[in-house]
Design a binder for this molecule. Structure first.
Ligand SMILES: [Fe+2]
Length: 158
């Protein structure tokens, strides 16, 4: 499967979320590279990083939705939970020796693209309205919650 090229139709219009989605796309491309090189160790490492980063991203996204008072946050959280469960299942199969990489790559790619275009775009308009009204502050210099949320979810990484 080819690399995913980021394009503007994947943008949700929120810079910080777009940059996290781009990082997930990078991981998926890394997974594809590792698969082609047939290095099982590298594939395993990328799957672990991907799960870890995606969990951090979901946590951050959920906090942002809550901050904005997005009404469907619980439904969105359920979708995230199901997704994490699904990647973990792939990871378990991988650890048992199954060659899941191609299927995992395809599933994650399709899921991510659809999720960004549908569910993420749906909360994005609400967050943008609240940002414009000054209720959600996404400026790192002035925002109280943003730095805390980034540290909480991505702290060990940056
Ligand atoms: Fe999401």
């Amino acid at each position: 499967m080819a690399h995913i090229i980021w394009s503007n139709d994947l943008s949700v219009g929120i810079e910080i979320i777009d940059s996290q989605h781009k990082r997930i796309v990078d991981y998926l491309n890394e997974l594809d590279d590792a698969r082609l090189k047939h290095s099982r160790d590298v594939v395993g490492g990328v799957i672990e990083d991907l799960i870890d980063y995606t969990q951090s991203h979901f946590g951050f996204e959920e906090t942002l939705m809550e901050e904005a008072g997005y009404p469907y946050v619980n439904a969105h959280k359920k979708i995230h939970e199901l997704f994490i469960r699904r990647i973990n299942e792939y990871h378990d199969r991988f650890k048992l020796g199954d060659d899941v990489t191609e299927e995992l790559h395809r599933t994650l790619t399709n899921w991510l693209v659809n999720h960004i275009k549908r569910e993420d775009n749906d909360y994005s308009s609400v967050v943008q309205v609240h940002t414009a009204r000054g209720k959600v502050d996404l400026e790192p210099e002035t925002s109280g919650w943003l730095g805390g949320a980034l540290k909480r979810f991505f702290g060990k990484r940056k």
